[in-house]
Design a protein around this ligand. Structure first.
Ligand code: GUN
Length: 310
């Protein structure tokens, strides 16, 4: 049986074309979960324990990565975690990065850490991931954690797929026997979310689509739940969506927009203007999956803290 949560109600819904479209509000759900984590951390520290500690390594100056790491740091502080960020220059060698990982692996005061991706081209990403201790791998990227996840064993689940699962569960969305179509087979999102939703507890029938898939729209139109993680702005249009579908948009793209003070606006992989009126539930961009991704990393860090301090 799928676990059901009834505590979180949709905080936003709109009548569009006579049908109710419910917004999967990641922002307010993330706030609620952060409050739950913060309460637990307050209790731990009141009992004389140290706070959980999340560290991040960032190599180079990629703008999006800097933004993500700053957000993770801010959220860590909001829930009372200790947070450290190790900033390394673009010219860092693979060996230097491996040494930093070894340092974090053996520091007993650090419960979990991430190496922000992508890495500069001269560094072998998989070699770096393989060096992270599985017990501190709160991104769930190491082969040990991926293997454990596929086998349904205790592991760290990658943050974005975990956030998608939380959004579905906490909004009481039925998944059992539903056809879930995932667009995009990345190691970080598409492949793990396809695995998780096909497992017991979610019980979806999953189709995983990618760049070589034929007749993509024919498949996506069969989706009760459509997860879009292809990394192409406004790729999914109304003709690709079945009326009444649940649509989860994982995309985040900055588009120049002179009408905004910042000079840009954020859009997703879904053309929301035309797709949203068709949906039973839909994630907005921004404010859908993104906030849940960060919260899932915090949940994994708390889990690492508990597992490593048993
Ligand atoms: N780059 C994009 N998403 C992620 C993520 O979830 N973790 C890490 N480490 N890097 C990323």
């Amino acid at each position: 049986m799928q676990e059901k949560y009834t505590d979180a109600k949709p905080t936003n819904s709109a009548k569009k074309g006579g049908e109710e479209v419910k917004i999967l509000d990641g922002k307010s759900l993330a706030l609620q979960i952060k409050e739950e984590i913060a309460n637990e951390v307050r209790q731990l520290t009141a009992d004389g324990h140290r706070a959980p500690h999340l560290a991040a390594i960032i190599v180079g100056n990629d703008g999006a990565s800097q933004t993500y790491v700053a957000s993770k740091e801010k959220s860590s502080h909001e829930v009372g975690f200790t947070s450290s960020v190790y900033r390394m220059s673009e010219s860092t060698s693979e060996q230097q990065l491996l040494e930093s990982i070894e340092f974090l692996n053996s520091d007993p005061d650090i419960d979990g850490f991430i190496v922000q991706l992508p890495l500069p081209k001269h560094i072998d990403e998989q070699k770096i991931i393989n060096a992270i201790s599985p017990n501190k791998d709160v991104d769930g990227f190491t082969p040990i954690n991926v293997g454990r996840m596929v086998l349904g064993q205790e592991c760290f689940v990658p943050a974005t797929p975990m956030g998608i699962c939380t959004l579905l569960k906490r909004n009481g969305i039925e998944t059992e026997g539903k056809h879930c179509v995932v667009i995009g087979r990345s190691n970080i999102v598409g492949t793990p979310v396809a695995n998780l939703l096909s497992r017991k507890g979610f019980d979806c029938t999953v189709t995983l689509c990618h760049s070589r898939t034929r007749n993509l729209a024919e498949l996506t139109r069969q989706a009760d739940i459509l997860i879009v993680a292809i990394g192409k702005p406004e790729f999914v249009t109304a003709d690709m969506v079945k009326p009444g579908a649940v649509v989860i948009d994982v995309g985040i793209h900055r588009i120049p927009d002179e009408s905004k003070k910042s000079g840009y606006r954020i859009i997703g992989d879904v053309k929301h203007q035309e797709v949203d009126p068709l949906c039973s539930w839909v994630t907005p961009v921004p404010g859908g999956v993104g906030p849940l991704t960060i919260v899932s990393l915090l949940e994994n860090t708390l889990l690492a803290y508990k597992r490593n301090n048993k």
